[in-house]
Design a protein around this ligand. Structure first.
Ligand code: GUN
Ligand code: ZN
Length: 439
């Protein structure tokens, strides 16, 4: 394990609310030489280093990152733990990609040893990229969720995860049943939900791979366990949507299928949401559901362009989040994910300001998960899950920074556009050093 620190010193950056555009600094905490004081894994105080440091006991351990930005650990709202060896699979769009690559690879998670080894790699990789909380799909095997939760618990990370429910249109070895999916998910909820920092997400993969009986079971799990999340995929690819319409001919839309089974709500996370019509956006808005933008995946798979502006129409705003969707997505880095989100929004004729993007990776995603009182900002009482960012991490970044100096938003835009795991100088989980660049 890493070593525990009493304070982290550097340039403090954190949000109290969403920036409404470039230059909106009212919801921004920015302290040039600041410090975060940590007691029992939580943030005890944030302020000027000259104020915080004298309050520390003698012999306190202080990690000093001069010139680096200290902010809340990144949050990834949609990622597949059994797809670490699917990422970068050539040449297909969604339905063929699932069949040719994903449904082959996920079968290996029947083996508990493979699941445990992959969980270690997966957590290492998230932490190298500054991600301290993720919302994670397991495979159909309950043991995959056990492996992920056990590894997260061992490291002090808070994960939201679930075993995938899928009882049709998949290989025999990857199919459960409505009743076994219900029983296995229920047992996982009882074992993991609310144990330390871990939380459960009921996880019907998508409407194509669940029978009506299984979607019914997913709805029952949510009703019977009010604190758990729900995650699934929605409106990612035209062939997928046509298949859903064929399988559920009596429902008005793809979103209406999930609505019929009680799967919409403020703890429900829908990956992709690219091709929704007006009525579907209204269903998401009225239920408080969250649409996750997965830009590296949507571009890699040729799925389409998330329409942020339309989703956020003030007449019926849909809550949004940002996510990698590895292994459909092509990077574990939330910095690279933000860079691709910027490009997707450009292709829709709009901009994503740097402050808004950094807010999204931290407090915005925390709010989307309903966890803003625990994670996503540097404020007393939050878990001391921190990331330290270096905008001069590579020669190209340092060279670009020569012309930027201390202009904050331009620096953040360099970080978000050129940054990746190399820009993550350190990651802390509950005040314990969980990753440090260069070992
Ligand atoms: N739709 C159903 N399953 C998946 C998956 O594993 N990845 C993506 N991107 N879309 C899906
Ligand atoms: Zn996905």
């Amino acid at each position: 394990g890493g070593s525990r620190v009493d304070a982290v010193r550097g340039r403090i950056l954190s949000f109290t609310r969403r920036p409404e555009g470039p230059g909106d600094h009212a919801g921004l905490l920015h302290i040039q030489d600041g410090a975060v004081r940590i007691v029992d894994g939580r943030i005890a105080a944030v302020g000027e280093a000259s104020t915080i440091l004298p309050t520390l006991p003698p012999g306190a351990v202080i990690d000093h990152h001069p010139d680096a930005i200290v902010t809340a650990g990144f949050i990834d709202t949609h990622i597949h733990f059994p797809q670490t060896q699917v990422i970068a699979s050539y040449g297909t769009q969604l339905l063929d990609w699932l069949e040719r690559y994903t449904f082959v690879e996920e079968q290996r998670f029947a083996d508990a040893g493979h699941a445990a080894r992959t969980a270690r790699f997966f957590l290492d990789e998230l932490l190298r990229n500054g991600t301290t909380t993720a919302v994670v799909y397991g495979s159909v095997h309950p043991g995959s969720a056990d492996a992920l939760f056990a590894e997260a618990e061992r490291r002090g990370a808070g994960m939201i995860a679930g075993k995938v429910m899928m009882d049709r249109h998949a290989p025999d070895a990857l199919r459960d049943r409505a009743d076994t999916a219900y029983a296995d998910s229920k047992a996982l909820i009882e074992r993991w939900h609310g144990r330390g920092r871990q939380r459960y997400a009921v996880t019907p993969r998508f409407a194509i791979t669940s029978t009506e009986a299984q979607l019914e079971a997913a709805g029952a799990l949510l009703r019977e366990h009010p604190g758990v999340h729900m995650q699934t995929h929605l409106s990612e690819n035209p062939d997928e949507i046509a298949t859903v319409r064929r399988l559920f001919p009596d429902d008005a839309s793809y979103t209406a299928v999930y609505d019929r089974f009680g799967l919409l709500g403020p703890r429900s996370l829908f990956g992709h949401c690219i091709h929704l019509d007006e009525a579907e956006m209204r269903l998401l808005s009225e239920s408080g559901s969250v649409a996750s933008l997965c830009p590296t995946s949507n571009l890699f798979m040729g799925s389409g362009l998330f329409d942020l502006e339309r989703l956020e129409d003030p007449a019926r705003p849909v809550r949004t989040a940002l996510a990698t969707d590895v292994g459909g997505g092509t990077s574990y880095s939330m910095l690279r994910t933000a860079a691709e989100a910027y490009k997707v929004i450009q292709l829709r004729g709009r901009n994503l300001p740097a402050l808004r993007a950094l807010h999204w990776l931290t407090l915005g995603n925390a709010e989307a998960l309903g966890l803003a009182d625990e994670i996503g900002s540097l404020a007393p009482g939050r878990y001391a899950d921190l990331v330290v960012l270096d905008a001069r991490a590579t020669p190209a970044m340092a060279h670009r920074m020569e012309t930027i100096g201390d202009r904050l938003e331009d620096e953040l835009f360099v970080l978000l556009t050129l940054g990746d795991d190399r820009a993550v100088a350190a990651t802390y989980l509950q005040g314990t050093r969980a990753h440090s660049r260069g070992g």
